[in-house]
Design a protein around this ligand. Structure first.
Ligand SMILES: [Zn+2]
Ligand SMILES: [Zn+2]
Length: 525
């Protein structure tokens, strides 16, 4: 049991240490909305949809979010080794789906790791691929299909680099890519799409010392992007036909039903609604099945410069950052790894709807989307990744087994392999022992004692007072210990309560889009 400080020599005279502001997730709008509607969604699924409950992984993720960051669920006591500064760090849900805090931290850590250990200092270009509506719900819950689609996308882009650079005189070149799957659009509609960050050119193995030389891709045109999209689309359709996801019926590409409806009826309905942007039940739900025919190609269309649409697929290739642009590179990876929803963009309107402010307006001028709270929680539920889903993949020269990879990734900074107690750049926890030398391709490792910390989502940071290293000195997990400690510090011992399930009718069935410059009452459904 952890010894408590006496009231007179309390470590924090004011209840919290100076300069340290603990995150208070329970005060945010998103947290409140989930807390007040989660039980209703669970019971609506069971009674309302197909008489089937939502699967456990969805439920666990939503409940995990409600408990994330609450001191009443347990915490670590951390202290600064240098100045003795102390504070409490609550356990995190470690969500990989939507928790803005956990995903925000993951975004920052992964960006740091990619730039320090994986991505060479060459120009980078982002390619974003979206697929037709009819495919989205299926892709969202079929990990194998999603894996295949992302592999085809990566192969097509890397092959395209090889062919184009051959024309430029760089034969047998190899590019590389980091691909991130995002599951939703900015308005939280279910829309699995891929962000691929490619090395904008190819590496060619050097003749004398074997060290590869980079050849950058010259400017690209809309025609080049349109050609690439046609390659990707043709390869994807061939794959989908071969694997009986769609069938080609006299020139019409029909979508074949999958077994999600039978396996997980509630999830299937939730997914279909989240793709269409409708509530999963209520008067607005059209009971006819979702579009079954893939749109036919009427030739590639230039939507914006370097952004092409063709038969329901779209490819965007306009974002590029230079080799020297450190801020641009950081922002690019943060963008592709960002959480689907930002805490500060969710607000409650006067008429009880939840508004999501879009960071970038949609093409039709929509700047915010409003929906009833239960619809928002339904969309969050659809945004939860199925288990064992890998959202980041490495391809080409950046793949783990690529022969040239050790020659192109950034060289290790000298202190990460020599200094005892040095920090691994991908984890902010100090290491217990000097790290063992590891091959250059596998510098991102874990030391055993960190496992528990990671399981509990505890991240020790730099001391806010002196900049020293914070260290976990105790974990408080038993309810009595937690209550005793919180009472001592004058903090609430009761966690914020979850609202009980409400009865039907569940959905107000209103989703509004606000456009720039429109008066509030002109919002359109
Ligand atoms: Zn300190
Ligand atoms: Zn969390």
């Amino acid at each position: 049991m952890l010894p408590l400080a006496k009231a007179s020599d309390s470590v924090w005279p004011s209840g919290s240490p100076p300069g340290y502001e603990r995150r208070r997730p329970e005060l945010g709008t998103l947290h409140k909305v989930v807390r007040e509607n989660l039980q209703t969604l669970l019971s609506a699924a069971e009674q309302g949809f197909a008489g089937a409950p939502l699967p456990d992984f969805v439920r666990a993720e939503l409940e995990g979010y409600v408990h994330c960051g609450l001191l009443q669920r347990g915490f670590a006591l951390v202290a600064c080794r240098d100045c003795g500064e102390r504070h409490l760090v609550a356990f995190s849900c470690r969500s990989r789906s939507f928790c803005p805090s956990c995903m925000g931290r993951r975004m920052a850590a992964t960006t740091l790791n990619l730039l320090a250990h994986v991505v060479p200092s060459v120009g980078l270009r982002q390619y974003v691929l979206t697929v037709p509506h009819a495919l989205r719900a299926r892709l969202a819950y079929d990990g194998r299909l999603l894996g295949a689609v992302s592999r085809i996308f990566v192969d097509s882009v890397l092959g395209w680099y090889r062919r184009r650079m051959e024309i430029e005189g760089a034969a047998r070149g190899q590019s590389g890519a980091v691909t991130v799957v995002q599951r939703t659009s900015a308005d939280l509609k279910l829309n699995p799409h891929m962000h691929l960050v490619a090395l904008d050119g190819v590496f060619v193995a050097g003749s004398s010392d074997g060290k590869p030389v980079f050849h950058a891709l010259p400017r690209i045109s809309d025609t080049a992007v349109a050609d690439l999209l046609q390659v990707i689309r043709a390869r994807l359709l061939r794959y989908l036909i071969r694997h009986h996801v769609v069938e080609d019926d006299e020139g019409e590409t029909r979508f074949l039903a999958d077994d999600l409806q039978e396996r997980e009826p509630a999830l299937a309905q939730l997914a279909a609604a989240a793709v269409a942007g409708l509530p999963p039940a209520g008067p607005e739900l059209r009971r006819k099945p979702l579009t079954v025919v893939l749109p036919a190609s009427d030739g590639p269309k230039v939507v914006r410069p370097l952004c092409i649409e063709d038969g329901g697929f779209s490819l965007h290739a306009a974002s590029r950052v230079g080799a020297e642009d450190d801020l641009g590179r950081t922002n690019l990876f943060k963008y592709v790894l960002r959480p689907p929803i930002a805490q500060e963009h969710v607000t409650l309107t006067e008429d009880g709807l939840v508004a999501i402010q879009l960071k970038k307006p949609f093409r039709d001028g929509t700047v915010s989307v409003e929906m009833d709270p239960l619809s928002l929680v339904s969309r969050l539920a659809a945004s939860v990744h199925p288990p064992r889903f890998h959202s980041i993949r490495y391809g080409g020269i950046l793949a783990a087994h690529a022969k040239l990879r050790p020659f192109v990734i950034p060289p290790p900074p000298p202190e990460t392999t020599t200094a005892p107690g040095a920090q691994d750049a991908c984890h902010s926890l100090p290491m217990a022992k000097p790290p063992k030398p590891r091959p250059a391709t596998h510098r991102c490792g874990y030391v055993p004692w960190q496992r528990l910390m990671q399981k509990l989502g505890i991240d020790v940071e730099t001391c806010p007072r002196c900049g020293g290293k914070m260290k976990v000195i105790a974990l408080v997990r038993d309810p009595q210990g937690i209550a005793r400690y919180l009472r001592h510090l004058g903090l609430p011992t009761e966690e914020p309560s979850m609202a009980p399930a409400r009865g039907p009718p569940f959905w107000q069935s209103r989703v509004l889009r606000r456009r720039y410059g429109e008066p509030p009452d002109a919002a359109q459904a």
